[in-house]
Design a protein around this ligand. Structure first.
Ligand SMILES: Nc1ncnc2c1ncn2[C@@H]1O[C@H](COP(=O)(O)OP(=O)(O)O)[C@@H](O)[C@H]1O
Ligand SMILES: [Mg+2]
Length: 254
C-alpha cells in the first residue's frame, strides 16, 4: 500500500479538493483507494456524505486501539473507493499525552488500512505541519503540496518545503512528490505568472506538470458532496486529475 498525504502549512489552498479528486482518480484507475480525513474540521466528511459526520473515524482510532476499520469506513458509489471520516473526536478534544503520542496511533491505523487490502491511502490533512499531521507525515510514503496560483503565496513555498525537509529527518523515506498548483486562471496574467515564478524558483522535479484550473465546478461539486469527475461537464477536470495521478505513479514507480 502507498500512503500519500496532501499537506500544506496554509488553509484554503485546495488540500481537500485535491485529496477527494486525486483519490477518485486512483479509484477509477482500478486501485482500491481509501480517502482519509485527518482534518479535525472534517471537511472531506462534510463534503462527501451527511451521515458520515456521525461515524467514528480517524481521530477516534488514534485514541482507541480497539476500534476496527469496519467501524469507520464509508463506502462510495465507486466500488474501489471508500473513505474514513475525521470522526467524533477532534484534535482539540484529545489530551496532550495522546497528541504527543499520536504517532503510534497513526501507525496502527495505517496498518489496519494495509491489512484490509487497500492499494492507495490518500490522507487529507489539516493546515500546518505540526501535531497529528507531523505524525501522519512521519508514517507516510509521500506528500504532495497544493499551492494556490497567486503571486504572494508562491513566495512562501520554498520555506514550506524547508519545513517538510525537517520532517524527512524523522522519515527519510518520505517522498516529496512536489507542489500542485491549484486554482490556476489561464486568463489572468498574475495567476499564470505565479506558476512560472514557482517553476523558476524550484527544481522542476518539485513542481507537478499538471495544474488544477480554477473552476466553479469544484464549488458546485463540494456542495453536492461529490468528486468533480462525476459531475456533468466534469470531463476536463477528470483529465487533469488523471494526469496528476499518472505523474504521481511515475514518480513513485508504481
Ligand atoms: N480549482 C478550484 N477552482 C475553484 N474553486 C476551488 C478550487 N479548488 C478549491 N476550490 C474552493 O476553494 C475553497 C478551499 O478549497 P479546499 O480544498 O477546501 O482547501 P483546503 O482544504 O486547503 O482548506 C473551497 O471552497 C473549494 O471549493
Ligand atoms: Mg481542507
Amino acid at each position: 500500500m502507498i500512503t500519500i498525504v496532501v499537506s500544506s502549512q496554509k488553509g484554503g489552498v485546495g488540500k481537500t479538493t485535491v485529496s477527494i479528486n486525486l483519490a477518485y482518480a486512483f479509484a477509477r484507475s482500478g486501485k482500491r483507494t481509501l480517502l482519509v480525513d485527518a482534518d479535525p474540521q472534517g471537511s472531506v466528511g462534510l463534503s462527501l456524505t451527511r451521515q458520515s459526520r456521525m461515524l467514528k473515524g480517524f481521530y477516534d482510532a488514534i485514541d482507541n486501539p480497539d476500534l476496527g476499520l469496519d467501524q469507520m469506513v464509508v463506502p462510495t458509489r465507486l466500488r474501489t473507493m471508500s473513505m474514513v471520516p475525521a470522526g467524533q473526536r477532534s484534535e482539540y478534544d484529545l489530551a496532550e499525552e495522546v497528541l504527543s503520542g499520536s504517532s503510534s496511533g497513526v501507525r496502527r491505523f495505517l496498518k489496519l488500512v494495509e491489512e484490509a487490502g487497500y492499494d492507495m491511502c490518500i490522507i487529507d490533512s489539516a493546515a500546518g505541519l505540526f501535531g497529528v499531521t507531523a505524525d501522519v507525515l512521519s508514517a507516510s510514503d509521500a506528500v504532495c503540496i497544493p499551492q494556490q496560483a497567486e503571486p504572494l503565496g508562491v513566495r512562501s513555498v520554498p520555506k514550506m518545503l524547508e519545513a517538510l525537509t525537517k520532517r524527512r529527518e524523522v522519515n527519510p523515506d518520505l517522498k516529496v512528490l512536489g507542489v500542485i498548483m491549484t486554482m490556476v486562471q489561464e486568463q489572468l496574467p498574475e495567476s499564470v505568472d505565479s506558476v512560472k515564478a514557482l517553476r523558476n524558483l524550484l527544481p522542476s522535479t518539485l513542481v507537478m506538470e499538471d495544474v488544477v484550473p480554477r473552476d466553479d465546478l469544484f464549488i458546485r461539486a463540494s456542495a453536492k458532496g461529490l468528486p468533480v469527475g462525476v459531475m456533468q461537464d466534469g470531463a476536463g477536470v477528470l483529465a487533469v486529475f488523471d494526469g496528476l495521478r499518472r505523474e504521481i505513479e511515475q514518480k513513485l514507480g508504481i
